[in-house]
Design a protein around this ligand. Structure first.
Ligand SMILES: Nc1ncnc2c1ncn2[C@@H]1O[C@H](COP(=O)(O)OP(=O)(O)OP(=O)(O)O)[C@@H](O)[C@H]1O
Ligand SMILES: [Mg+2]
Length: 317
């Protein structure tokens, strides 16, 4: 993922001001924080802000994506391993928890951990001791602050037995919810201009105005892919742009600010438009975290069947 390390929490809307205050309060507490929010809302940006505001800001910030790795690799990534513990383990390797000593570990997508990994994490949180893969004895103790993030509903996962209740309560000392972009439409102009500035530098273009109706349409759109989707839309517009006036097209024309009365009210049409705009927000990625199927709350195969029925297919480049 491309990530701007300096990314600040842009915006002055009520939800984001509230979030900012909460982050200042929570950062100082040196307690565990669980960040929740839809895909693309800025959970990683929030985690880095917490770090920057914390008393550990001069120590390490170590991010680990728990969804990216198979269980055994994640275990060795977090806890490290000793030489010879598995094929390819040519030497002792410290885990990320050891690297993060005195600092902060950021466990992203924590809801994707297997139950066994959840057990190992819980044991670590209880004792602070690191058990390397293949080690006979428990190793060193570390002092690490844990920040976790997920776009899953962990309470539901606890209820369905997919997430350990004891671990949930341990991680959820300070819950921080990052609002979806549709709840902070006031921030859209400043976000748009921030991205315009960013891409102006990347593409060597100069923009000094955006049509008012385009900006208004952006503020009325529901943004299923949140800030990441907005950033993609601005990037696409900047690629096409010529001249200093930037026209910005919404992901789906049908969602644009046109009067509702002119839109078809037929269920199939509404459904097709909605499914298309969600697909466009994920660049037509159906599967996986943040994929269209997940956003729509459907099984990927169900979505594929429905796409065929609705006559939707990925446009050829
Ligand atoms: N408040 C903000 N101001 C400016 N840029 C932001 C802000 N929040 C997020 N972004 C940008 O939006 C994109 C998505 O943010 P981020 O990766 O933190 O989201 P996320 O919630 O972790 O998403 P996912 O659940 O898909 O991992 C990044 O490019 C990030 O730099
Ligand atoms: Mg993320």
């Amino acid at each position: 993922m491309r990530f701007d390390r300096s990314a600040q929490l842009v915006g002055s809307s009520e939800p984001i001001s509230h979030l900012r205050k909460e982050l200042e309060r929570v950062a100082r507490a040196d307690a565990k924080v669980l960040i929740t929010g839809e895909s693309g809302t800025g959970k990683e940006v929030v985690a880095r802000q917490l770090y920057a505001l914390s008393s550990r800001a001069h120590r390490a910030f170590v991010p680990v994506n728990c969804a990216g790795l198979p269980e055994t690799l994640l275990e060795s990534e977090l806890f490290g391993h000793v030489k010879g513990s598995f094929t390819g383990a040519f030497r002792d390797k410290p885990g990320k928890l050891e690297v993060a000593d005195e600092g902060i570990i950021f466990l992203d997508e924590v809801g994707e951990m297997t139950l066994r990994m959840q057990g190992l994490l819980l044991r670590f949180l209880e004792t602070g001791e690191i058990q390397k893969v293949g080690a006979e004895r428990t190793g060193s103790r570390v002092n690490v602050r844990t920040i976790t993030a997920t776009n899953r509903n962990l309470r539901e996962m606890v209820a369905s037995g997919e997430f350990r209740e004891d671990l949930f309560y341990r991680l959820n000392v300070f819950p921080v919810r990052v609002p979806p972009l549709r709840d902070r439409a006031d921030d859209i102009p400043s976000l748009v201009w921030q991205f315009v500035d960013e891409f102006s530098r990347t593409f060597g273009k100069r923009i000094d105005s955006i049509p008012r109706k385009d900006m208004e349409a952006l503020q009325h759109y529901a943004w299923p892919g949140n800030i990441r989707e907005l950033r993609n839309v601005v990037e696409r517009a900047m690629i096409i742009a010529n001249g200093t006036r930037l026209n910005i097209q919404l992901p789906a024309r049908s969602e644009a600010a046109g009067p509702a009365a002119r839109r078809s009210l037929k269920m199939a049409d509404v459904e097709r438009d909605h499914v298309r705009s969600v697909l466009e927000s994920t660049s037509w990625r159906i599967r996986g975290l943040g994929g269209a199927a997940e956003l729509l709350g459907l099984q990927p195969t169900t979505l594929e069947t429905r796409m065929i029925k609705l006559g939707l297919s990925r446009p050829r480049p």
